[in-house]
Design a protein around this ligand. Structure first.
Ligand SMILES: Nc1nc2c(ncn2[C@@H]2O[C@H](COP(=O)(O)OP(=O)(O)OP(=O)(O)O)[C@@H](O)[C@H]2O)c(=O)[nH]1
Ligand SMILES: [Mg+2]
Length: 373
């Protein structure tokens, strides 16, 4: 397979683990039960002899393969945020030392408008001011590079672990949680598509038992992605019961991953948040260590309002990663940086449209290049 045309600025360390020139080696499964047939036979992996667990490889592979389209999706996905930040280029084009304070004020405003949040904005702008007056930054280009670097540093220091962590027992279980209408079901469908196209056998679990239409919506995604689905058999079923049934089926029938949808809930609604705890416990009873990922879906158009949601969900169930949706339409891409900085939890995927392909594994460097291009 030819090497994908990767942006020269994507981080080398993460690319280096794929050897595109070596002949394909088929990945063997480390199945906990020898009776389970390998399902990843179409997985290619260059790490011969280092079978550290197929789920580890799946998480990594999803990220690495996605780099092929990372530029396409990121460059199209953040148009509005990029438009807001474009003013920075104009300011820096004519920058001279005597103009520094005015230019920094305007950079500050551009960052705030893009929802970087006051804390990060002040930190970035003050560090630029110090470096400019210390003579370390001597041109508009150097200032722009320093600005990009400080944003990248925040993302890399606090949210670098963007790979899916799927443990080593089958099935791996991923729960998708979040407030109403954020894009949980859509993201779950897109994720199913991505994982399935890597050869994983996926089971969907319609854990949103709150609305009758919710399981119909997931059925549509099951058809679209060619995945099996477990839905409630009777009305008013408990979410934890449906998820239990699905994970049991996943275990008995050798599925690789069970993707669990849940109802939208306000993070301030105590009893609904309790229900999530019940779901998590029910899953853990069937597969030790599961759910492996609890991904919180945050609607990018809500900007900094997502922070209290993220804190609350994390306190109640322990979030392992974020999916930030609707960034295609949002002018508030800076909130990606705020949420990582505030919570120290990585953004694992971003949603940049409603189509089946529009879920992009998060790449800090590509993201920074996209919004400051
Ligand atoms: N433009 C855009 N729309 C999205 C994205 N993700 C989801 N949507 C749309 O947002 C709407 C809500 O998505 P759902 O997936 O139903 O959201 P949900 O969180 O499951 O909603 P509830 O189950 O009602 O809580 C739908 O119209 C989706 O098509 C995205 O990344 N970009
Ligand atoms: Mg839903």
């Amino acid at each position: 397979m030819a090497a994908p045309s990767l942006s020269h600025n994507l981080s080398q360390h993460s690319i280096s683990s794929i050897n595109h020139h070596s002949p394909p080696l088929f990945l063997r499964l480390q199945s906990p039960t020898s009776a389970l047939k390998p399902h990843f036979s179409n997985f290619r992996c260059s790490a011969a002899g280092s079978e550290t667990g197929f789920f580890t490889k799946l998480g990594r592979l999803i990220k690495e393969k996605a780099k092929k389209d990372v530029e396409k999706i990121f460059s199209g996905g953040f148009t509005k945020t990029r438009d807001n930040l474009a003013v920075i280029d104009e300011l820096l084009l004519y920058w001279n030392l005597s103009d520094t304070d005015r230019v920094l004020d305007e950079i500050e405003e551009a960052l705030l408008v893009s929802d970087f949040g006051p804390k990060i904005t002040i930190k970035i702008v003050e560090s630029l001011r110090d470096d400019i007056y210390a003579g370390k930054l001597k041109s508009g280009t150097e200032i722009k590079d320093a600005l990009k670097k400080s944003v990248l540093d925040i993302l890399m220091n606090k949210g670098a672990k963007t790979e899916l962590k799927l443990g080593f027992r089958k099935p791996a279980v991923i729960m998708i949680v979040g407030v109403n209408g954020g894009g949980k079901t859509t993201s779950l469908g897109k994720l199913a598509h991505r994982l399935k196209s890597e050869g994983a056998r996926i089971l969907l679990a319609a854990g949103d038992t709150f609305r009758a239409a919710a399981s119909d919506q997931l059925e549509v995604w099951a058809e679209r992605t060619g995945c099996e689905i477990v839905s409630a058999e009777k009305e008013k079923a408990k979410a934890s019961a449906v998820l239990t049934q699905a994970v049991k089926k996943g275990k008995e029938q050798g599925y690789d991953i069970v993707l669990c949808d849940t109802s939208g809930r306000l993070h301030t609604n105590y009893s609904l948040m309790e229900e999530l705890i019940a779901c998590k416990k029910a899953i853990a009873k069937i597969v030790n260590g599961a759910p492996n990922e609890i991904l919180l879906v945050l609607d990018g158009t809500t900007g900094l309002n997502m922070l209290p949601q993220a804190r609350e969900f994390n306190e109640v169930v322990g979030i392992t990663g974020f999916i930030l949706t609707k960034l295609d339409g949002s002018a508030r891409g800076g909130c990606v940086v705020s949420v990582v900085d505030e919570l120290g939890i990585p953004v694992k995927f971003v949603g940049v449209g409603e189509g089946v392909e529009d879920l992009q594994p998060f790449e800090a460097e590509a993201f920074v290049n996209a919004i400051f291009s």
